[in-house]
Design a protein around this ligand. Structure first.
Ligand code: IPM
Ligand code: MG
Length: 353
């Protein structure tokens, strides 16, 4: 099994180093190769997704990705900005299905910004379409209007086949859980959403055992903080999924707890924490590596065919939380506050026992 490691920028290298320790102590015969991506690659070679990095990612069975981006690149041409690396990987590797589970560990109920009774027991899965929508739609740009002022524009579109394939993924995933699927759209305003909804309804005929409902995205944003436990699986487009998955992350105490998997049609995947590169805390050793470590668990389960190893990693994370180890983002009174490296070491120690 070939695994490509792309640490990226900001806190990326720190958290990936801990996840790598966890991966390496599993005693499996993985072939691991590392490459630069994002701002780090731009500095070294003038492009955020160099050919060599893309080639490594293409030949790998799975990719572990840290995070990319830094404000210092905000004035670069869009094509050279760090974010283009992750967007380019998603597009070029056809990683269209993004799984973002929001699971509240009982020990972290007090770390959520919502009351414990609203979030305790929370276990939802957001499935975000990842390779279409206004993120990639053409044309886009900034143009000059006849009156001389500039106008920014983007194009939102989804083809029927794009909606159909993410629908099958979502219905399949819902079937393995609580069999409740909420499709989130903005069909009261957008044509793209109307087609999305029509296709969801059509595909639902093949999954009579899954209860499909529809929700407008504004209401979904509200329900996520009002009654988050009423959701089981959410399926939505790229842009809405970006926003709602950050919101769902906060319910779990910290975005530092949320792993993600981005899969192609053959279960090859890119695994990354749902959070960003957090340049404000980079290099301080305070970042929470658990989202990245939990992303390794998803990698073991979805792409490497090692579900029992995935269970081990997840059990080790549960154990360190039960032992009260906390990075600052999830610190609660009475906890044992640790830094990034100590958290990684605690998970490795938990795996050994
Ligand atoms: C995410 C991130 C990315 C996105 C950025 C870094 C391009 O916010 O993975 O959610 O918008 O998809
Ligand atoms: Mg995001």
């Amino acid at each position: 099994m070939n695994i490509a490691i792309l640490p990226g920028d900001g806190i990326g290298p720190e958290i990936v180093a801990q996840a790598l320790k966890v991966l390496q102590c599993l005693d499996e015969d993985f072939n691991i190769e590392t490459a630069l991506v994002g701002g780090a690659a731009y500095e070294a070679s003038g492009h955020p997704l160099p050919d060599a990095t893309l080639a490594l990612a293409k030949k790998a069975d799975a990719i572990l990705f840290g995070a990319v981006g830094d404000w210092k690149y905000d004035s670069l041409d869009r094509a050279l900005r760090p974010e283009q690396a992750i967007l380019g990987l998603r597009k070029q590797l056809a990683l269209f299905a993004n799984f973002r589970p929001a699971l509240l560990y009982p020990e972290l109920a007090g770390a959520s910004s919502l009351k414990p009774e609203i979030v305790s027991g929370l276990d939802i899965l957001i499935i975000r379409e990842l390779s279409g929508d206004v993120y990639f739609g053409q044309p886009r740009g900034i143009r000059i209007l006849p009156d001389g002022q500039r106008q920014g524009f983007d194009t939102m579109h989804y083809s029927e086949s794009e909606v159909r394939r993410i629908a099958h993924i979502a219905f399949g995933a819902a079937r393995k859980r609580g069999s409740k699927l909420t499709s989130v759209d903005k069909a009261n305003v957008l044509e793209t959403s109307q087609l999305w909804r029509d296709v969801m309804i059509d595909v639902s005929k093949e999954y009579k055992d899954v209860a499909l409902s529809h929700m407008y995205v504004d209401n979904a944003a509200m329900q996520l903080v009002k009654a988050p436990k009423s959701f089981d699986v959410i399926v939505t487009g790229n842009l809405f999924g970006d926003i709602l998955s950050d919101e769902a992350a906060m319910l779990t105490g910290s975005i530092g707890m949320l792993p993600s998997a981005s899969l192609d049609a053959n279960s090859k995947g890119l695994y990354e924490p749902s959070h960003g590169s957090a340049p404000d805390i980079a290099g301080q050793g305070v970042a929470n590596p658990l989202a990245t470590i939990l992303s390794v668990a998803m990698m073991l389960r979805f792409s490497l065919g090692k579900p029992e190893q995935a269970d081990r990693v997840e059990a080790a994370v549960k154990k360190v939380l039960a032992q009260h180890y906390r990075t600052v983002d999830i610190a609660t009174p009475g906890c044992i506050q640790v830094n990034t490296q100590q958290m990684g070491e605690a998970v490795v120690a938990a795996l050994a026992h």
